[in-house]
Design a binder for this molecule. Structure first.
Ligand code: GLU
Length: 463
């Protein structure tokens, strides 16, 4: 068996969007699973719309997702000579020919076909004329007049296209530039691609591509056309459904592993398993379970999955992904033990890393911002004595540990005749400025004695 070679050929006319990322993933996973090869090719022949910024944005997003490539990035515009060599071969072997028909002539042919109730198309006028290259000529592929071209699709099954409805399409423009389908086939062929998974919006190109493979006497790759990702309203996913670009999800605090997990599940299944680590996916991914029906993008599901992935990681793994979000809040923290402890206390309660950064703020700032509602409710004058006593007792501790803090709080509960909840909430507001936070003990221990005492005193002072 030849090794599997897959590819991802984005057009650099914008960022890497969710649908493209999913296609890249399917191809990448299959290559990794089979220990084959994954090739990256930039299809930049639309020079008006292709930009270097888009190339960079796509490479950057792929790197963030952890999708690495074994070859490339190749640039289609740099391969024009190779494409043209194959076109010349097709002309030499009689599978393609020069055509000198003018746009007006072509329009007339289309009109004639329409008048006969047929599909408007080129009528093959130059097929047997044996024209040579001359200014203004295009090259057309000789396509069969009858029969069918069948796409054997591993996702959709067989789809037959009537050859009579396909004209001798152009493979080289009069300016000498190769047409899209020709370039794709020559690239796939010369790069040894034998497995092509792509969106079913490309299915209409596939019969043309198959005819080019056949004309070149080449073996066909395996094709799999996956349904487009839909929005919750069942329309094709688009900007109006929310963020479309992978990097926006990075900025919103999603983990690459969660995005990968969610996107793969939007078109592939493994029983009813929902949560997959990257390793799991590589191990279990297969082409047999690519879905025939379109997946619906549901942000709340991806968010729930993100929370699970946050919990499944170690604080040290999360550190480098978390710090940029802190930085965004103006906090420059190192990836150290303190930060790992902070992360550990917030992992069970964070849906995104952005949430986590917001919730972590109080650990890093000198004076946490006070939620005035929380302060009005819990930092009441009656609590001032309790807080002052807590501050004094904590300050005098020689060993600052959980058992020591427990002893302090037990005494306060007895002295003031209050339950733990009644003293914990004012303390929490004093320490964090809010009513929602990690557990009191873990939080106080990470923050350290000095800061703890300082914050409690400051809160008592406000009353
Ligand atoms: N460049 C095409 C796109 O970005 C992909 C073509 C293909 O997969 O064959 O949609």
């Amino acid at each position: 068996m030849k090794p599997v070679v897959t590819r991802f050929p984005p057009s650099p006319t914008g960022f890497l969007h969710i649908g493209g990322a999913r296609t890249a993933l399917f191809n990448w996973l299959y290559a990794r699973k089979t220990r084959g090869k994954f090739v990256l090719r930039i299809e930049d022949t639309d020079v008006d719309r292709s930009t270097r910024e888009s190339v960079d944005a796509i490479l950057d997003a792929l790197a963030w997702l952890g999708i690495d490539w074994d070859e490339g990035p190749y640039f289609q515009t740099e391969r024009k000579e190779i494409h043209n060599r194959y076109i010349d071969k097709l002309v030499a072997s009689g599978h393609a020919y020069y055509c000198s028909c003018t746009p007006e002539e072509i329009d007339a042919m289309r009109e004639q076909a329409r008048a006969k109730g047929l599909k408007p198309m080129y009528n093959g006028k130059c097929r047997e004329r044996g024209l040579s290259k001359a200014p203004g000529t295009v090259v057309r592929l000789k396509t069969p007049d009858s029969g069918v071209t069948v796409v054997n699709d591993i996702v959709k099954g067989d789809t037959a296209f009537q050859n009579a409805e396909m004209d001798d399409f152009i493979i080289r423009r009069s300016d000498g530039s190769p047409m899209y389908n020709l370039a794709v086939v020559v690239d796939d062929l010369t790069m040894g691609i034998n497995t092509i998974i792509r969106g079913d919006d490309h299915l209409i190109n596939t019969p043309k591509q198959i005819l080019i493979y056949q004309a070149l006497g080449a073996d066909l790759p395996v094709f799999g056309h996956v349904p487009m990702v839909l929005g919750p309203d069942k329309a094709r996913l688009s900007k109006r459904h929310g963020a479309m670009s992978v990097s926006e999800y990075r900025d919103m605090g999603y983990l690459p592993d969660a995005v990968i997990n969610y996107l793969v599940r939007l078109g592939w299944s493994h029983g009813d398993q929902e949560f997959f680590t990257r390793r799991d996916l590589i191990e279990k991914f297969d082409l047999e379970h690519l879905g025939r029906s379109a997946g619906m993008f549901d942000l709340s599901k991806m968010t729930a999955l993100n929370a699970k992935h946050i919990q499944a990681k170690t604080p040290a793994e999360l550190g480098p992904l978390f710090l940029p979000h802190l930085q965004h809040l103006g906090i420059d923290a190192p990836d150290d033990v303190f930060t790992h402890q902070v992360i550990e206390t917030l992992q069970p309660r964070s849906k995104t890393l952005k949430d986590m950064a917001r919730a972590a703020r109080f650990y890093y700032v000198d004076e946490p911002e006070m939620d005035e509602k929380a302060a009005a409710k819990f930092l009441t004058p009656e609590m001032a004595d309790m807080l002052n006593q807590a501050a004094d007792a904590i300050e005098s501790l020689s060993d600052y540990t959980q058992p020591a803090l427990e002893t302090v709080f037990k005494k306060i509960m007895a002295d003031f005749n209050l339950g733990f909840g009644k003293i914990a909430q004012p303390l929490r507001v004093a320490i964090t400025g809010t009513t929602v936070s990690p557990g009191i003990f873990e939080m106080l221990l990470i923050l350290g004695k000095e800061k703890t005492v300082q914050r409690i005193r400051r809160a008592a002072g406000r009353m």
